[in-house]
Design a protein around this ligand. Structure first.
Ligand code: SAM
Length: 287
């Protein structure tokens, strides 16, 4: 991370690239036991949350990520009622999940209260559903939470984590996914934020598919979408089903969704399922 008087830059040294936003100033900085959380006011992207120097979200474009982390998964599961979010402390994923009228409960388990406190203050629109009676906010380690879950307790698990380093490292590992599989009901489904298809294909995406299959998930598939504030501007959400195929989603229900979105619709869902040739080749070995 470099920060001069006017710009925040996140550099990606492996690819010799960087993304920068022009700043108006720093609004907030706090060091929790887990990480450093900062919020900046930018000139054109609204507020910007940064954890340990890595961009988490901006006011302007977080809708892309939050909608794509939630709606494809919830329109793929036949009847999603009990949702678990691991991470997601900014509460944007929680808000999207609660848009589904059939959802009965959403438990959000983020390790760090500081992220939610900063979001309540600087991204209040993302926290507007926090007092929904179906929502529970817990501050705990997601790995331990899933280990202690009852078998079949959840229909969908959404892993909205930081990059696989620090406290989030174990959220990309086989023991965690085995626990998720056990905590999911028979037709359960998991979705994991899975980084850039261009920058992290061999280092994160392909290993993630292998790990999910090794943990026992029957089918895995990465959906892609634009996200300009993340490295390469292109991101993925990887879905894993206990039974059935990820590509089979409830297209008619998605087309008739009873709530407004900014990005997601049934056509976007179908398009996001299409796999570019370089990804297809890299994933062939996974089966
Ligand atoms: N959209 C973001 C991205 O891809 O860069 C992720 C946003 S969300 C703020 C990530 C959250 O994961 C953080 O709030 C962090 O505290 C949480 N987190 C990291 N490790 C965790 C763990 N082991 N259990 C629960 N939450 C965790």
């Amino acid at each position: 991370m470099t920060l001069d008087h006017h710009w925040f830059s996140e550099t990606h040294s492996a690819t010799g690239s960087a993304f920068s936003l022009k700043l108006q100033g720093k609004l907030h900085e706090a060091q929790s036991p887990w990480q450093q959380v900062a919020v900046y006011a930018t000139e054109a992207f609204g507020n910007l949350m940064v954890i340990d120097g890595y961009i988490m979200l901006s006011t302007r474009d977080n809708f892309l990520y939050h909608e794509m982390m939630v709606h494809p998964a919830l329109f793929t599961h036949p009847d999603p009622r009990r949702i678990l979010i691991i991470g997601g402390g900014d509460c944007g994923t929680l808000r999207e999940a609660l848009r589904h009228p059939g959802v009965e409960s959403v438990v959000q388990v983020d390790i760090d209260q500081e992220v939610t406190r900063a979001s309540e203050r600087y991204f209040p629109e993302l926290c507007e559903s926090n007092s929904d009676p179906r929502a529970q906010l817990r501050f705990d380690d997601g790995i331990a939470w899933v280990k202690n879950a009852k078998p079949g307790q959840y229909d969908v698990i959404i892993v909205d984590s930081t990059d696989p380093i620090g406290p989030a490292e174990g959220l990309f590992a086989e023991p965690f996914f085995r626990d998720c599989l056990r905590a999911l009901a028979d037709d359960g489904l998991l979705v994991q934020q899975s980084e850039s298809p261009l920058f992290h294909l061999e280092t994160i995406l392909v290993p993630l598919h292998r790990t999910l299959r090794a943990a026992g998930f029957a089918d895995t598939h990465s959906l892609h979408f634009p996200q300009c504030v993340y490295p390469s501007g292109w991101w993925t959400a990887t879905l894993a089903r206990k039974t059935g195929r990820v590509a089979d989603f409830r297209a008619a229900d998605a087309a008739a969704k009873p709530f407004a979105t900014e990005y997601y619709n049934a056509e976007i869902h179908r398009a996001a399922l299409a796999t570019p040739e370089f990804m297809r080749r890299a994933l062939e070995s996974v089966g």
